[in-house]
Design a protein around this ligand. Structure first.
Ligand code: C2G
Length: 132
């Protein structure tokens, strides 16, 4: 079984996330998604609308996702790759190059981001409409 791993906050799920997950799954048979805990989001300078538990439940309902694990820090990726026997690490190309250190443990793939959509933009648009 070929195992794929990716990381993210995955707040306010949108088609950019789904496009990433669908393409990531095509690299193997089993996709593990490590989603950022609420505490790690604070370290990333992000405040997710949905809690970790809610984001976990939403991701687990996606057909491409086989398992969801927590992301607590920047340092856990090598351990995650080894402990989960990961063959392919996949991230959007906004992270291109940032995780090349994983190449000694698994294949590293950066996929083009979906243009024109982001959780930040969704929040801005909703905020603007609610203020008339
Ligand atoms: N993504 C995408 N297209 C978009 C938006 C996001 O392909 N329009 C991808 C990102 O490149 C990432 C994944 O969807 O691979 C999740 O995006 P975020 O939830 O924004 O994750 P991020 O904050 O980048 O966290 O340790 C890594 C970090 O946890 C990544």
């Amino acid at each position: 079984m070929k195992k794929v791993l990716t990381y993210g906050t995955y707040d306010l799920l949108h088609t950019g996330h789904i496009n990433l997950l669908r393409r990531a799954k095509e690299y193997g048979d089993y996709l593990v998604v490590a989603i950022s805990s609420d505490e790690f989001n604070a370290i990333k300078g992000k405040k997710a609308y949905y809690s970790f538990e809610q984001r976990k439940a939403i991701l687990e309902a996606i057909r491409y996702v086989d398992e969801v694990i927590p992301e607590h820090n920047w340092e856990q990726k090598v351990t995650d790759v080894i402990d989960n026997e990961i063959d392919v690490f996949v991230m959007g190309d906004d992270w291109k190059g940032d995780f090349d250190f994983l190449k000694e443990h698994c294949e590293v793939v950066y996929l083009p981001r979906t243009v024109g959509i982001s959780t930040t933009q969704i929040k801005k648009d909703l905020n603007n409409t609610s203020h008339g």
